[in-house]
Design a protein. Structure first.
Length: 543
């Protein structure tokens, strides 16, 4: 059995320091080599010297720098992880989408009219939701890191499901605003929490693919939600309730029980699966060794913190001030603004075009299916090309083309053509899995990764807040002014993608020049004495 590729070894002998990594590529290109060993040192000696995890790390007892395994063992174990971990994460994420996305289905049943809400009041409510979602990102990560993602994720799910259920009793705009705000507060941070949890089991390369399927689960839920909504909305008048109230009731109950099940099902980590409904545990000792060592060899910084260790204010400040992640945050703010704007009004637009409630919900399905396909196409294309940022621009080019067509067509164009164009726009190549993976790869430590994921999601939610206010009542029904503004945003976003790519290329060239200019002894001295942390450490790894 041949040993797996060596760790990205660029740390020191303190309970190891994070690795620097400015990547606009997929992880396949991010393989470092040990070029600073003395003749008497073996690779395993260097691993033990520089990267032995601290005793406080929950998986320390399974760390073995000399462990090897076959490709067949890894494939078999990966399939098991997907059934045990990835599938459950997708189910939990589906529950989020069910309660977060059903507002669109509710609108098709005349919810705004029933509550005497205007278009602008709906905008304000959605803005409030995203503002609270954004505000909860960092606090949620702090709680998750202290309690453990396996504990906090189910608590979030059960809590927001109660609020989702309470929407059955909505009477006026004040109740609408209150429930939107509470849903945002309780759902904020969930995505970053779940990605952090998945990182305990998967390498960066494995995680990128699974994040693609993560958002496939979102789309699948949207499709199933449309079918479910079509049936539940038809119950309008049953026991004196409107159809949208039945929708909130049933889907809230579903989410609550998924959260309750997850509370007893999710383990704290790969070596902590025994107990409760999990019985004797999911993995044997051999499987735990493979999981722990493949993850730590891919990213030694994952043993920086125990999975029940909280973050300090200093860690938060350092992570927020990490300017090398700012380009990705800017992309998070601008990449999804256009489709988020169109999607927020998709069901209302279809209703205004003359489609019935049932037709509206059914006509939302085709774009979801194509979106799911394009999502996977983009993820696998990125992996095949070993490139993230330039590949991700495909999604923005797609948006730009269809926005221009939508603005250019005559107002009296047939409703089926308008539906087709809107559906095609919303089925764009979704860049989120690639950019989330980029944040994780360029963070360089558990502390930074935890905060950076939240900050990136905050940028995305800020984008959603803006999106909720692009279409205004005085621009109805075709929103010409709003769509022209979106064209400008997408054009600017494309420029940002290319500037970000150039930034990371230049940063890596600068770092590589410094690292390559060191002698072997200087490199080892640097690794033993440097105070540089996270992605500010010099390494010989390039894009």
């Amino acid at each position: 059995m041949a040993a797996l590729p060596a760790l990205d070894i660029h740390g020191n002998n303190t309970p190891h320091q994070p690795i620097a990594s400015f990547s606009s590529t997929t992880p396949d290109e991010e393989k470092a080599s040990v070029d600073f060993a003395s003749p008497a040192d073996s690779e395993e000696d260097l691993l033990a010297r520089y990267y032995e995890p601290p005793d406080s790390w929950e998986n320390k007892h399974r760390w073995d720098p000399k462990a090897t395994w076959t490709d067949e063992e890894l494939k078999k174990l990966t399939r098991k992880l997907d059934w045990r971990v990835t599938l459950v994460a997708c189910i939990c994420f589906a529950a989020l989408q069910l309660d977060r996305g059903n507002i669109g289905n509710a609108l098709s049943d005349g919810m705004l009219k029933d509550l005497n809400l205007t278009t602008n009041q709906y905008n304000y409510g959605q803005t409030l939701f995203y503002a609270c979602f954004l505000a909860a990102e960092l606090p949620s990560q702090l709680i998750s890191k202290k309690l453990g993602s396996d504990v906090w994720i189910p608590i979030q799910m059960m809590s927001w499901s109660v609020i989702a259920l309470s929407q059955v009793g909505l009477k006026n705009v004040h109740g609408f605003y209150a429930t939107r705000a509470l849903l945002g507060l309780l759902e904020g941070g969930f995505i970053a929490d779940t990605i952090l949890y998945l990182s305990y089991y998967f390498t960066a390369s494995e995680l990128s693919i699974r994040l693609g399927f993560f958002w496939v689960a979102l789309t699948t839920t949207s499709i199933l939600g449309s079918f479910l909504a079509a049936g539940l909305l038809a119950m309008r008048g049953t026991h004196g309730l409107e159809g949208w109230r039945w929708l909130f009731l049933v889907e809230g109950i579903i989410t609550f029980f998924i959260g309750l099940w997850a509370y007893f099902y999710l383990p704290a980590g790969p070596t902590q699966t025994a107990g409760g409904i999990r019985g004797k545990g999911w993995f044997n000792e051999r499987e735990e060794i493979i999981i722990v060592n493949k993850v730590i060899r891919d990213d030694p910084t994952k043993s920086d913190m125990h999975n029940r260790q909280g973050l300090t204010a200093r860690f938060l400040f350092d992570s927020l001030w990490d300017y090398d992640l700012w380009p990705v945050y800017a992309l998070g703010l601008t990449t999804y603004l256009a489709p988020a704007t169109v999607n927020a009004y998709f069901s209302l637009t279809l209703k205004s075009l003359g489609f019935s409630t049932f037709q509206t919900n059914m006509l939302m399905i085709p774009q979801a299916v194509l979106f799911m396909i394009n999502n996977l196409v983009l993820v696998f294309t990125s992996k095949r090309l070993n490139e993230r940022l330039l590949t991700a621009t495909l999604g923005s080019w797609w948006q730009l083309i269809f926005l221009i067509v939508i603005v250019a067509i005559p107002d009296d164009t047939g409703k089926w053509v308008k539906w087709a164009l809107l559906s095609l726009l919303l089925s764009y190549f979704y860049q989120h899995p690639l950019l989330v993976g980029l944040v994780s790869a360029n963070s360089g430590s558990v502390r930074t990764r935890t905060v950076a994921s939240s900050v990136y999601n905050m940028a995305v939610q800020a984008s959603s807040m803006i999106a909720s206010n692009v279409y205004r009542a005085d621009d109805k029904p075709y929103y010409h002014r709003g769509n022209r503004a979106l064209i400008g945003v997408v054009a600017g976003n494309l420029v940002l993608f290319f500037l970000s790519k150039a930034y990371y290329v230049l940063r890596n060239r600068h770092r590589e020049k410094i690292w390559s200019g060191m002698t072997t002894s200087e490199k080892e001295t640097y690794l033993q004495t440097t105070t540089d942390k996270g992605n500010k450490r010099y390494v010989d790894r390039s894009l």
